[in-house]
Every structure is written in structure tokens, then in C-alpha cells.
Ligand binder design. Structure first.
Ligand SMILES: [Zn+2]
Length: 174
């Protein structure tokens, strides 16, 4: 069987992605070592050490990790890192102040799981309507208040409706 080789053009694009982009160049997890691997589900680049940590602590089903330059890439995977990238991921998780958390913790949060689903929808060009997880207690309280307001508004509508119904019933009596 003929050995399938990575088209040179694709390798060049990937190399460019980790060499010339200041964010992709360094591991998004430890921010110290140079990137050698990609985390497909998050569209990010990580170093050897962190790639190993992903595999050991999360497993390939939770975090699909592959070497950047010594592996075959398909269109889907290319799209993940092109539409994703380290900066987008870093900016997103910084809102939750989890960017420096250990791998085993960071990737088990609602925020990273949401990011993964959002990127996957983007790559597959699917509509994504999920509401972003709350970033802080203030936002949590705001959403709680909003929810109670909806409940109260609904209750009010019901009460007004019931009032009208009673009025009608009563006027029918006379
Ligand atoms: Zn690292």
C-alpha cells in the first residue's frame, strides 16, 4: 500500500502557524515551552509536557492531542486550529481566571467545555445558541434576578388574566 504523506503545503501552513504567531508559538497551558502539539478540540497549541498531561489526565476522548509536524492533518483539524488558536482560547478562559489552573482542573470546567462545544459548532458551521457560563458572582446574581423577573412577569400576566376572567364571570351573574 502506498504510504500517504502530508502534503507539503499543509505542513508549511502548520509550521507557519506555530513559528510566526506569537500566541501559538508558546504552549497555551504552561506559556513557557514552545508548541509542538495541537489540542484539536480547543484549537490550541501546547508543548510536549502539557500534551502528555492532556493524554494522561484527560484522555484522548476528552482532549484529542496530536503532533503538529509529524502527523497527518485533515480539513476538520486544520479548521479547528485556524478558527481557534491560542489567543482566542486564552482570552476566553481568562474571563474565568482559570488560564493558569492545572490541566486536570482547567479542562473540566464549564467554561472550557462550553468553549469546546462552541468551536466545534463553528468548525461545522452549525448554529450555536447556548448561553455562555457566568463569569463571576455579579453575573450570576444578575441572571438570577432576570430569571425571577421573567417568573414574576408571567405570574402577573396570569393574575391579570384571571382577574379579567373573574370580572366576566361576575358580570354574567347579574
Ligand atoms: Zn506546556
Amino acid at each position: 500500500m502506498e504510504k500517504y504523506e502530508q502534503p507539503q503545503g499543509m505542513t508549511a501552513i502548520l509550521k507557519e502557524m506555530i513559528d510566526n504567531d506569537p500566541y501559538n508559538k508558546f504552549c497555551v497551558d504552561c506559556t513557557t515551552n514552545q508548541s509542538t502539539h495541537a489540542c484539536i478540540f480547543y484549537g490550541t497549541f501546547v508543548c510536549d509536557n502539557c500534551a502528555r498531561a492532556h493524554i494522561q489526565q484527560l484522555g484522548m476522548t476528552k482532549s484529542y492531542v496530536k503532533p503538529v509536524l509529524s502527523d497527518l492533518w485533515d480539513d476538520y483539524q486544520m479548521k479547528c486550529v485556524t478558527l481557534g488558536g491560542n489567543k482566542a482560547f486564552w482570552d476566553f478562559i481568562s474571563q474565568y481566571k482559570i488560564e493558569r489552573d492545572p490541566i486536570g482542573k482547567k479542562y473540566r470546567t464549564k467554561a472550557t467545555k462550553y468553549y469546546k462545544r462552541r468551536l466545534s459548532a463553528l468548525v461545522q458551521e452549525q448554529e450555536f445558541v447556548e448561553i455562555q457560563p457566568v463569569r463571576n458572582t455579579e453575573e450570576l446574581v444578575d441572571r438570577g434576578l432576570e430569571k425571577s423577573k421573567v417568573v414574576l412577569d408571567k405570574a402577573e400576566t396570569k393574575i391579570v388574566g384571571f382577574g379579567k376572567y373573574l370580572d366576566k364571570k361576575i358580570s354574567n351573574l347579574f
